[in-house]
Design a protein around this ligand. Structure first.
Ligand code: ATP
Length: 619
């Protein structure tokens, strides 16, 4: 099966005008192994999601064997089945009671017979469970982190997709696991199945790959076979990928006067090349690693001399330091002469800095960072408004009063930037389902008149619950508005100011401020984690859904990993705070003041107080 992109681009979910991936033409042939490399934020994961049919192209088409994936905003199940996506940290997707259920969930969309299912599980275990730890009735949560990762890989591999799309598969995988992974990928190639791997781990995957796409700022900067790529260290540095070991070692030898080809991808190939070069250089003094003066200094690429400690590309972070050395320091060859980079080859630090700032900017973007007038409001007026809105809702006992209390909350939500609105809507959908279920259950009645149990529905009972949930909805919406529109630091600062006066009364104000601000800090985190796990569930469940939606039956597969991830984050946060000795008190003095009360804050505060007075009068 051939995967093709025809002028396909990808846009940011919160801003359709911002392209994360520029229009791209690409054909990936069956049985090929393609690497996606590029610095962090260059668009590798986005491209994988586009290829996997999880993200609709902003323009252009994604085709599988010539057939367009997307029709009427969905991808049909039969087209999703051949596409298997393994996300970063796949162990986080596990949710089921037993390992058997975990496999069953991944295989369910394929509607296999029990015999076929068993066969697939057995085959996957043969590859991924060398130490036979995947006992079918065992809980996946009793496995170690590395074993969980293998299990997650095994569940995707069991589906035997025609295209396996992997995001950083070796991160956190032990050496034996990496070898198993490579063997599995090789086997897939022999069977005619295609693999695309987004990775920073060049040393592991370059020897295996047929083709490498280098991404930079959402564009393909190069599309080359691995050996040709290694022969172009300039390209690897300019795109800030870093040098693979083969290129770095060749550069190091070159510094000592021994010419080695830069494209010997494996240790064996490199050893052979070294042996051959030594044989061809009789004047080489192997003990001192010095070139005898009788042999001329080879200069395959002067820019790489002197770079004896070029870091490996494994972490993908070597590029900056190398680039700094290459651009700022004249090279010293073995004779001590300085070698300047040629003007045309020189990498401009200013260009690198610009792109670094862009990436830093993109990286720091989150659900709360819209920079609108709403965010710039004084946090004290936001706190005051929030308290007034919530109090207004809590005070009401009837439908009319609650509806009036809802109006300013809805108006507040309408002032949110579009990204905030989208996130909020996603959160509200499952909440709506929860409310509907609660109302349905609350209205259920059971009578045993005449000896037989009979179920009924009481509108009165359901009405009482609906009224309570209506109030809860208003408070939830007000909290979401506040959390999404107020950066964490401002929120804490405003709260500390407001509670500062109570501190003199010896009340536990600091701990309270810390607890409340942490709760609010968690709301955007929940929203982004929800987005992440819903994407994973859609990839596993292979339901023909519109982007951003999840089937009801997939809720456990979404909620269990989501909660586990949030607990983990909460634990990490607590540990980090303990290590820093952070308490409410230190938080109080941790930041310079972000407070700046303006006229608009006064107006908003007055409006809020006036509105509360109206609501009290209505009561
Ligand atoms: N949900 C999103 N909303 C808005 N922007 C996003 C979203 N997801 C990714 N981006 C942006 O798209 C760009 C590409 O991100 P992507 O995750 O594809 O990069 P990557 O090359 O896979 O990075 P890494 O190596 O760190 O995984 C980044 O600038 C990122 O900030």
């Amino acid at each position: 099966m051939t995967l093709t992109l025809n002028q396909a681009s990808a846009a940011a979910p919160d801003d359709p005008k911002r392209l994360l991936l520029q229009p791209l033409d690409l054909t990936l042939d069956a049985g090929s192994i393609t690497l996606l490399i590029g610095q962090t934020g260059s668009g590798k994961s986005t491209l994988l999601q586009l290829l996997a049919g999880l993200r609709a192209p902003a323009a252009g088409e994604v085709r599988l064997d010539g057939e367009s994936l997307w029709r009427k905003g969905r991808v049909e199940r039969r087209l999703l089945l051949p596409l298997g996506l393994v996300f970063q940290f796949p162990e986080q997707q596990l949710f089921a009671r037993t390992i058997r259920h975990e496999f069953a969930y991944s295989l369910r969309p394929f509607r296999l017979s029990p015999g076929e299912e068993e066969q697939r599980i057995r085959e996957a275990r043969n590859v991924w469970d060398g130490r036979s730890v995947f006992a079918p009735e065992l809980s996946p949560f009793t496995l170690s982190g590395g074993q969980r990762r293998r299990l997650a890989l095994a569940t995707t591999a069991a589906a035997d997709p025609a295209w396996l799309l992997m995001d950083e598969p070796t991160a956190g995988l032990e050496a034996a696991g990496v070898l198993e992974l490579l063997a599995a990928i090789r086997e897939r190639r022999e069977a005619g199945a295609g693999t695309v791997i987004a990775t920073h781990d060049l040393d592991t995957f370059l020897p295996l790959a047929d083709r490498v796409l280098v991404l930079q700022d959402g564009q393909v900067a190069a599309d080359l076979p691995p050996r040709e790529l290694c022969a172009q260290p300039d390209l690897l540095l300019q795109t800030r990928v870093g040098l693979p070991s083969c290129t770095a070692v060749s550069a190091a030898f070159s510094r000592h006067g021994l010419t080695l080809p830069p494209d010997r991808l494996t240790a064996e190939e490199m050893a052979e090349a070294i042996a051959a070069a030594l044989e061809a250089a009789p004047a080489w003094d192997a003990d001192g690693m010095q070139m005898s003066p009788a042999v001329p200094v080879p200069a395959p690429n002067e820019r790489y001399r002197g770079n004896s400690d070029a870091p490996s590309s494994r972490t993908g972070t070597g590029g900056d330091e190398e680039t700094r050395q290459l651009t700022e320091n004249p090279r010293q060859d073995h004779t001590g002469r300085g070698i300047s980079p040629s003007a045309d080859n020189r990498i401009r630090p200013s260009a690198l800095l610009t792109s670094q700032e862009e990436i830093a900017g993109a990286g720091s973007r989150n659900l709360t960072s819209s920079g609108t007038w709403l965010q710039r409001l004084d946090p004290r007026s936001k706190w005051l408004l929030y308290v007034l809105l919530v109090a207004g809702g809590l005070l009401q006992e009837g439908w009319t009063g609650l509806t009036i209390a809802l109006i300013p909350v809805l108006l507040g939500i309408l002032t949110l930037p579009r990204s905030g609105l989208r996130s909020l809507l996603k959160f509200m959908k499952p909440l709506g389902i929860f409310f509907a279920l609660s109302i349905g259950l609350a209205g259920l009645t059971l009578t045993t008149d005449g000896g037989w149990p009979s179920f009924g529905f009481s509108a009165e009972q359901a009405g009482t619950t609906t009224l309570r949930l209506y109030r809860l909805l208003i408070i939830t919406l007000a909290s979401l508005w506040f959390a999404v529109s107020t950066p964490y630091g401002r929120m804490t600062e405003g709260l500390n100011w407001a509670l500062g006066h109570l501190r003199n009364m010896k009340l536990p104000v600091d701990s309270f401020a810390l607890a409340v601000s942490l709760i609010f800090r968690f709301i955007p985190m929940i929203l982004s984690e929800w987005e992440r796990f819903s994407l994973i569930v859609r990839a596993r469940g292979k339901a023909p859904l519109r982007p951003g939606t999840v089937r009801f039956r997939d809720i456990p597969a979404l909620v269990v990993p989501l909660l586990l991830s949030l607990f983990q984050r909460a634990e990490n946060m607590t540990t980090a705070m303990e290590m820093k000795g952070l308490s409410g008190k230190s938080l109080q003095s941790a930041r310079p003041s972000l407070l700046s009360w303006k006229r608009i804050d006064t107006m908003l505060a007055l409006l809020g107080v006036g509105w509360l007075a109206v609501l009290i009068a209505l009561r």
